[in-house]
Design a protein around this ligand. Structure first.
Ligand SMILES: Cc1cc2nc3c(=O)[nH]c(=O)nc-3n(C[C@H](O)[C@H](O)[C@H](O)COP(=O)(O)OP(=O)(O)OC[C@H]3O[C@@H](n4cnc5c(N)ncnc54)[C@H](O)[C@@H]3O)c2cc1C
Length: 407
């Protein structure tokens, strides 16, 4: 613990240590937020219920992977963790190929068309989280882990958090940042409602060995049951996210290997040939969920606590990391202008900008999921025409690619 923190501890024993910012939730987004805010000079605490498991290169690639867009890579680079993530294990991809099972139309994105080397990297969630955690101490982040927030109270100039399971039972901060995931207990404590819908689908994930190489390409096929993505891994395997109705997902999870390989081969149109090997499978529920507001008194939401989106565009954590960059910039501007970093009008800038950007994206992904759910033939034909048009119209295609990159 730093001297700065221990003197704060003594001077405010009754209310626990006092910080500028308390971030609750140390997943990829919360850990990035804590690191970014500490690096920007804010006294920062990070409260997390479960310490992340150490990442070892000798372990197999974790089942939870994400596609990081250039905007996320730029932030991780800024935070000083990108080079080690890339060196340890990251899979670059330069192409994305999307095709529709019903209409047969395709759309292809090529990094070279955008004047870039790559579209992004596929990385393991736990590697990103672990590298961020490794950097917290040096940045001066005060870790409270394992610790759970059981409640909070807004006082005149600060927020007082009650903790369970920590060395200290209280901590206070000028601003409370909730990055505690889609089920966000803090969002509920702040009385913030969400809207959205349950897709009644699950994303079945596994890493699979295919007959043919993945060619550094992210493949996605839209089927009447939902999209199937095959994301390229550095070791030549592909990581699948196969969105299926709940009961179908249960059935696919229970298949023996031979049955799974056969059904996945058919679902992927044998684009990479037969499936010849696979890890164990897991499944995650899919839903669209948007918080009605990202702000309350001395309180903001970010990451999945603010928005959970369909994985078909692979943008969930990318949106969360854009929240982090916006929050950091907002708080730095407020401090430099001599304002209270948690003043309502300060938080409004972050909340409005990010909520409108996230809402557009979330509804866009949702619309895509709906459009690809159309099975009636005139609608399938219209969809095919639309996709063919987008693929041919390079300005629109470029806009889509630039937007996905977060540039
Ligand atoms: C199948 C699937 C595929 C996906 N693919 C992609 C992809 O390709 N690209 C992409 O960008 N995104 C993808 N996503 C989304 C991405 O995984 C999430 O957006 C991201 O993990 C959210 O990170 P987070 O830090 O906001 O939340 P979380 O990772 O949920 O972290 C929240 C943390 O808060 C802690 N916590 C909760 N309550 C408390 C409390 N009371 N006190 C203390 N700590 C608490 C939890 O322990 C947890 O560590 C995918 C998601 C799924 C399901």
């Amino acid at each position: 613990m730093s001297t700065m923190v221990s003197s704060r501890l003594e001077s405010s024993r009754r209310r626990g240590p006092a910080f500028d910012v308390a971030v609750v939730g140390g997943g990829m987004v919360g850990a990035a937020a804590a690191l970014a805010l500490a690096r920007a000079g804010f006294a920062t605490a990070l409260v997390e219920a479960r310490a992340p498991a150490p990442w070892f290169a000798s372990d197999d690639v974790d089942l939870r992977v994400v596609g990081l867009a250039p905007s996320s890579i730029a932030l991780l680079h800024d935070l000083g963790v990108w080079t080690s993530i890339r060196t340890l294990r990251a899979s670059p991809y330069g192409h994305m190929h999307v095709w529709d099972a019903a209409s047969g139309t395709t759309i292809h994105f090529d990094a070279a068309d955008e004047g870039r080397d790559l579209l992004g990297y596929i990385v393991e969630n736990n590697l990103v989280q672990w590298q961020l955690w490794q950097a917290l101490d040096a940045a001066g982040v005060h870790r409270l882990c394992p610790a759970q927030v059981s409640g909070y109270e807004v006082l005149e100039d600060r927020v007082q958090l009650s903790l369970r399971g920590a060395d200290t039972d209280a901590v206070s901060a000028r601003l409370l940042v909730a990055a505690d995931g889609a089920a966000s207990p803090l969002r509920a404590m702040a009385g913030i409602e969400t809207k959205g819908r349950d897709y009644a689908q699950r994303g079945v994930v596994a890493h699979v060995q295919t007959e043919y190489p993945h060619q550094g390409t992210a493949w996605q096929r839209f089927l009447d049951t939902g999209p199937l993505a095959l994301l390229p891994l550095a070791d030549g395997r592909s990581s699948i996210v196969w969105s299926l109705p709940d009961d179908e997902a249960q059935r696919v999870l229970a298949l023996d290997d031979e049955g799974f390989f056969r059904e996945l081969g058919v679902a992927s149109d044998f684009r990479l040939g037969r499936i010849v090997g696979a890890t164990a499978r897991a499944a995650f529920p899919l839903r669209l969920q948007l918080a009605e507001t990202y702000q309350a008194e001395r309180f903001v939401l970010l990451g999945d606590a603010a928005h959970a989106v369909h994985p078909l565009a692979g943008q969930g954590v990318n949106l969360g990391l854009r929240d982090v960059a916006e929050l950091r910039d907002t708080l730095v501007d407020a401090r430099d202008a001599g304002r209270d970093i948690a003043a309502t009008h300060v938080l409004r800038r972050y909340a409005r900008r990010r909520r409108s950007a996230d809402t557009l994206d979330a509804l866009g992904f949702d619309a895509l999921a709906r459009v690809y759910g159309w099975q009636v033939s005139p609608l399938v034909a219209a969809r095919g025409l639309g996709v063919r048009l987008v693929d041919k119209l390079s300005p629109i295609k470029r806009k889509l690619a630039t937007h996905a990159a977060g540039l």
